[in-house]
Design a protein around this ligand. Sequence first.
Ligand SMILES: *[C@@H]1O[C@H](CO)[C@@H](O)[C@H](O)[C@H]1NC(C)=O
Ligand SMILES: *[C@@H]1O[C@H](CO)[C@@H](O)[C@H](O)[C@H]1NC(C)=O
Ligand SMILES: *[C@@H]1O[C@H](CO)[C@@H](O)[C@H](O)[C@H]1NC(C)=O
Length: 340
Amino acid sequence: MKLFTALLIAAASSVYAQTACNGDSSLCSKTYNSVTYLTTHNSYGFQSNAAGNQHYPIATQLTDGVRGLKLSAVQGNQSGVIELCHTSCTLLDAGTASNTLASIASWLEANPNEVVTIMWNNLGNFPISAFQSAYSSGGSIMNYVYTQPVGSLTWPTLQSMISSGKRLVNFIDTGADQTSVPWLMSEFDYVFETPYDNQNLTAFTCTIDRPTNPTSPNSMMYVMNHFLYGVVNFGGTAIEVPQPDSANVTNGDSLQTQATQCTSTFGRQPNFIEVDFYEQGSCFQVVDSLNNVAYVSKALGTAAATATGKTTINNGASASTAFSYLTLFGLVLGSLFVSL
Ligand SMILES: *[C@@H]1O[C@H](CO)[C@@H](O)[C@H](O)[C@H]1NC(C)=O
Ligand SMILES: *[C@@H]1O[C@H](CO)[C@@H](O)[C@H](O)[C@H]1NC(C)=O
Ligand SMILES: *[C@@H]1O[C@H](CO)[C@@H](O)[C@H](O)[C@H]1NC(C)=O
């Protein structure tokens, strides 16, 4: 009888102790590379600005369920210091990388059962030491960085990452040096991406765009890019800008269609579904369905941003959604321009 009671108590407490991993207990035993993460394109670019790809700050995105962040490293005001800017800091300046990293660290600290991924676009060609110093001054972020052995495509389970506390995975597209900074991993050794430069719903494909010749396309993870650019003709120059007004359609049925197609083409679900204006359409329904977890409807964009999540706004909320034509024009004249 005593033994029976003890067993009952043990069983009850183990049920009680069972925690969710990234929101659902069924994900705990899944490996990091067999889960789909909703990922925001230019996550830091939430300012009211024609170049903005998001409407809400990173802390709000994370609270809503975004688990992948794409960040661009650009040279801003201080030499050698990484700022989060869209193509150029004149156009959209979200402040220093260390400020945003500190805000991500605070969020991780408050949410101990979540695994998050950061993917850097090293636009400014910074040496890896600049990233190391941004992270070192990014609050407690270094406590969370996960290190995958070089070249290994065998990933741990979410539960093991959560238990170890090392639950922030960091990739960079160019300039990785895993000998000196092992936790900042070379994205294209582990992940490939589908094409990102799409202008209409029929353009999305499930082909490998980057890297050109992936080493192990059958075992790497992949980013499914699903956001659209619109073309604005500016004095004879075509400029590509994000499309907030049609994001509900882009992130609707079209998202599920491409996810289904890529799952079939590559023989596995996408790992990172990268979108603009993530609160539009049915992003979380698509991701939950791929992860085989129940979708629970909730209000998005309502979580308060933490003080550390605040950023410098160049073209400002005060300018509402106004296009900064002068800035765009200056950039075009300066030939700095590519896609926003
Ligand atoms: C960079 O300098 C400009 C002009 O002085 C200023 O408006 C902006 O706030 C600065 N950005 C940062 C991140 O300090
Ligand atoms: C859709 O986009 C693709 C590639 O971006 C382009 O080739 C095609 O012409 C576009 N179709 C329409 C109707 O704009
Ligand atoms: C998308 O939003 C537009 C404008 O708000 C609306 O007219 C349209 O019905 C929406 N489409 C979907 C699929 O929700």
